[in-house]
Ligand binder design. Structure first.
Ligand SMILES: NC(=O)C1=CN([C@@H]2O[C@H](COP(=O)(O)OP(=O)(O)OC[C@H]3O[C@@H](n4cnc5c(N)ncnc54)[C@H](O)[C@@H]3O)[C@@H](O)[C@H]2O)C=CC1
Ligand SMILES: CCCCCC(=O)/C=C/C=C\C/C=C\C/C=C\CCCC(=O)O
Length: 250
């Protein structure tokens, strides 16, 4: 297996202030990458300062941005490129679960992932190559009846990622997708509090992943240079496994 050395590479992580995003930020910093956290959270600065104390402060860049604001998203991507001189890794991770405000959710979970992918393809150096990870969910593969718009947004992320693979190859960029089952974060806690009891029990029996374990899956997709256009499932019960699609049945 050929492995990407992350030392000195430049990564941008949306939704990096907490949860799965923060866990991948930490793994990237541990591996010697420079990391930009792109997030709307009021806690972003404080998180960045804490990371700066644990790692090299010059390797952490915090950019306040609503990923649904296309101007602000572009500015954030361009800022990373001008600040660090390159853009090698993008993790389109920011997401919400909100069936009431489903329109807003689609803008965050889908539109911003597509926008982030196109910005990465535009700004990554084709000579050097790059890698994009789009964070989907197991709900893309096993539809969740109490979260239909959320599941649809995540299914679309899987399909977009698999379709864009060919165009990305032309730009020397790999693009992969991760589909976690429930992970211990604020999002899942809110989801569990809101969902009908019968579903909650099944989830608790299956178990929730630690964010660090989901982030390890993302790291595998970043570093294993043979992975391109793949969809990695991640769960506490079954660990990491690649989803097999039967594309030939019509
Ligand atoms: N927690 C779980 O069980 C699972 C989560 N996922 C996905 O993983 C991703 C991360 O989720 P968690 O870490 O659990 O969530 P979280 O709620 O802990 O963190 C999400 C981060 O995204 C940021 N964010 C939200 N809206 C934003 C916006 N408009 N612009 C910029 N940043 C924004 C938040 O400020 C926060 O820092 C999401 O895409 C989610 O759908 C997938 C499967 C399971
Ligand atoms: C097979 C299902 C795997 C789902 C994994 C996942 O993405 C988990 C996300 C965690 C929380 C959000 C999920 C569902 C939403 C729960 C309730 C929706 C109703 C409440 C609401 O805010 O609209």
């Amino acid at each position: 297996m050929s492995t990407l050395d992350l030392s000195g590479r430049v990564a941008l992580v949306t939704g990096g202030a907490q949860g799965i995003g923060l866990a991948i930020v930490q793994l990237l910093l541990e591996a010697g990458a420079k990391v930009a956290l792109v997030d709307i959270s009021p806690n972003l600065r404080e998180t960045g300062q804490r990371l700066g104390r644990s790692f090299k402060p010059e390797n952490v860049l915090c950019l306040t941005c609503d990923v649904t604001d296309s101007t602000s998203l572009r500015k954030s991507f361009e800022k990373v490129l001008s600040h660090y001189g390159s853009l090698d890794i993008v993790v389109n991770n920011a997401g919400i679960a909100d069936e009431v405000n489903w329109d807003k959710m689609l803008h965050i979970n889908l539109h911003a992932v597509i926008a982030g992918t196109y910005l990465a393809l535009e700004l990554m150096d084709p000579e050097k190559g790059g890698v994009i990870i789009n964070v989907s969910s197991m709900s893309a593969l096993y539809p969740v009846v109490y979260a239909p718009a959320y599941s649809a947004s995540k299914k679309a992320v899987v399909t977009f990622t698999r379709c864009i693979k060919s165009a990305a190859e032309g730009a020397n960029v790999r693009v992969n997708c991760i589909c976690p089952y429930y992970v211990k974060t604020q999002m899942s806690q809110r989801g569990l509090d809101a969902m009908p009891e019968q579903f909650k029990n099944e989830i608790l029996q299956n178990g929730l992943m630690d964010p660090e374990d989901a982030a390890k899956g993302i790291m595998e997709l970043i570093t294993d240079t043979s992975k391109n256009g793949t969809v990695l499932r991640a769960s506490a019960k079954r660990g990491l496994s690649y989803h097999i699609f039967n594309d030939n049945t019509f």
